[in-house]
Design a protein around this ligand. Structure first.
Ligand code: NAD
Length: 377
C-alpha cells in the first residue's frame, strides 16, 4: 500500500474489510484499540451528526492546515468561524458553506453558547490570547482544542484546566504529533524499553523566521520566542521518548540579531536530567533549520527526522527503518478528539500535558536568567 492514509481508508471501506486488508496488518497492534474506539464512535455517529468545530482565528494554521484537514475528518466537521476580519468571514462563508448564523467575531463569540451546530471550539490565536478565549469557550459550554503553546505561563494553564473542570468539558492541546504512528512508536520504545533503557536523547527544532514585524517576535503576543513556538516540540520529544518528567534543567540563550530578536529568544540550548538517569540535550532556533529526535539506549538506538513538520515523518532504528504509515496529522488529531467526546474518553493530550511543558519552559527561562541549574520538583 503506498502513501497510506488511514482516514481515507476508513472512510471508503467498511471496518471489516479494513481489518482484513493487508495494509492493516502493517499498521501494527497499537492501532487495534483505536479501531475499537473508532467503531464505538461510529455507532454513536449513526444517530448523531459529526461534531461541529468552530475555528477561532483564521490565520495561516487555520486556513492552510486545519480547514483542509477538516475536509478529511469523519467524526467532526467545520461548522463555524470566529474572525475579526469581515472579508475573511465572507470568503470562508462561501468556500466552506458556513451558515451566517455560525459566524462570530471576538465580541460576539460568547453567543456561541446558544449554537447547537458547534460542539468544539478550536483556539488558533497568538499565544497570549489562548487562555482568555479557551476559558470563554469553556464557559459557553463547548469542548475546546487550544493550539500550542497552551498559554504563556503555568498560572494561565492552571486557570484553563480549572475552567474545563468547572464547565465539565474536555480541553485538548493541539499536539498533533501525538496522533502520528511514528511519534506513538517512539513513545512505545521508551515505555517498553524496546532497545533497553534510554540513556541520552538529542532533540532539536528550528527554522529561519521571516517578517520582522510578526506577532511571533512580540513578547506581549507570543510570550517568548523560538522556545515557546517550536522548542516545545523538542522538549516534548525528549519527555515522551524517556517517558518520565525531568527533575532539573540548565539552559543557555544565544542571539546573533539583537534587533530582530529584541523582545524574544532567537536560539536556546538546554539540558534536562530525568529521574531514571537519562539526560536530554536539546536546542531550538528561529535562525537555523533543525529537525531531529535521536535516542541512544542500552541495546541500540532510534531516531526520527524530519519529524516535527506537517509532512512525511522518517524514522530509523538500530534494527532498520521504521516502516509506518503517514497520515494527515491534524485530521487524525481532530477526529481523535471528536471520538473522545462521543465515547466519553479522555483526550491523550489534555491541558495537564500543556502545563507540564510550560512548567519546563518557565524553568528554562529562569535558568537563562540566573545561569544556574533549575530544579523541577
Ligand atoms: P497567524 O498569524 O497566521 O494567525 C493568527 C490569527 O490570529 C490571524 O487570523 C489574526 O488575524 C488573529 N489575531 C487576532 N488578534 C490578533 C492580534 N492581536 N495580533 C495578531 N493576530 C491576531 O498565526 P498562526 O501561524 O496561524 O498561529 C496561530 C496559533 O497556532 C499559534 O498559537 C501557533 O503556535 C499555533 N500553530 C500551531 C501549529 C501546529 O503545528 N500545531 C502550526 C502553526 C501555528
Amino acid at each position: 500500500m503506498k502513501n497510506t492514509d488511514i482516514f481515507s481508508i476508513t472512510h471508503k471501506a467498511s471496518r471489516r474489510s479494513f481489518l482484513q486488508s493487508a495494509g492493516t496488518m502493517a499498521l501494527g497492534a497499537s492501532f487495534l484499540p483505536w479501531l475499537a474506539e473508532s467503531s464505538q464512535a461510529e455507532n454513536l455517529l449513526q444517530d448523531n451528526k459529526p461534531l461541529g468545530i468552530a475555528l477561532v482565528g483564521l490565520g495561516y494554521y487555520s486556513a492552510h492546515q486545519l480547514a483542509p484537514a477538516l475536509q478529511q475528518t469523519k467524526f467532526c466537521k467545520l461548522t463555524g468561524i470566529v474572525t475579526g476580519t469581515p472579508s475573511k468571514a465572507t470568503e470562508w462563508e462561501k468556500k466552506y458553506t458556513i451558515p451566517k448564523k455560525n459566524i462570530y467575531d471576538y465580541k460576539t463569540i460568547d453567543r456561541i453558547a446558544d449554537n447547537k451546530d458547534i460542539d468544539i471550539v478550536y483556539i488558533v490565536l497568538p499565544n497570549s490570547m489562548h487562555a482568555e478565549y479557551t476559558i470563554r469557550a469553556l464557559q459557553a459550554g463547548k469542548h475546546v482544542i487550544c493550539e500550542k503553546p497552551m498559554a504563556v505561563s503555568v498560572k494561565e494553564c492552571q486557570q484553563m484546566i480549572d475552567a474545563a473542570k468547572k464547565a465539565n468539558r474536555q480541553l485538548s492541546i493541539g499536539y498533533r504529533l501525538h496522533y502520528t504512528p511514528h511519534h506513538q512508536e517512539v513513545m512505545k520504545y521508551g515505555r517498553e524499553k524496546t532497545f533497553g533503557k534510554v540513556k541520552i536523547v538529542e532533540t532539536s527544532d528550528g527554522f529561519k523566521i521571516g517578517d520582522p514585524n510578526q506577532w511571533r517576535l512580540k513578547k506581549a503576543l507570543a510570550g517568548g520566542g523560538a522556545m515557546m513556538d517550536i522548542g516545545i516540540y523538542a522538549l516534548q520529544g525528549s519527555r515522551y521518548t524517556v517517558g518520565e518528567e525531568p527533575v532539573s534543567v540548565w539552559a543557555q540563550e544565544f542571539k546573533t540579531d539583537s534587533v530582530k530578536f529584541k523582545e524574544v529568544d532567537e536560539t536556546i540550548l538546554w539540558q534536562l536530567k530525568f529521574p531514571g538517569g537519562a539526560v536530554a540535550n536539546s536546542s531550538c532556533s528561529y535562525a537555523a533549520g533543525l529537525e531531529r529526535l535521536f535516542a541512544t539506549c542500552e541495546d541500540g538506538w532510534f531516531e526520527m527526522g524530519p519529524c516535527y513538520g506537517y509532512g512525511a515523518i522518517k524514522g530509523r532504528t538500530s534494527k532498520g527503518d521504521m516502516n509506518l504509515p503517514q497520515l494527515n496529522h491534524q485530521a487524525a488529531q481532530m477526529d481523535d478528539f471528536a471520538q473522545c467526546i462521543l465515547t466519553n474518553k479522555p483526550t491523550r493530550t489534555p491541558g495537564e500535558e500543556g502545563l507540564k511543558d510550560m512548567r519546563v519552559i518557565e524553568a528554562i527561562y529562569r535558568s537563562i536568567e540566573t545561569g544556574k541549574v533549575v530544579p523541577l520538583s
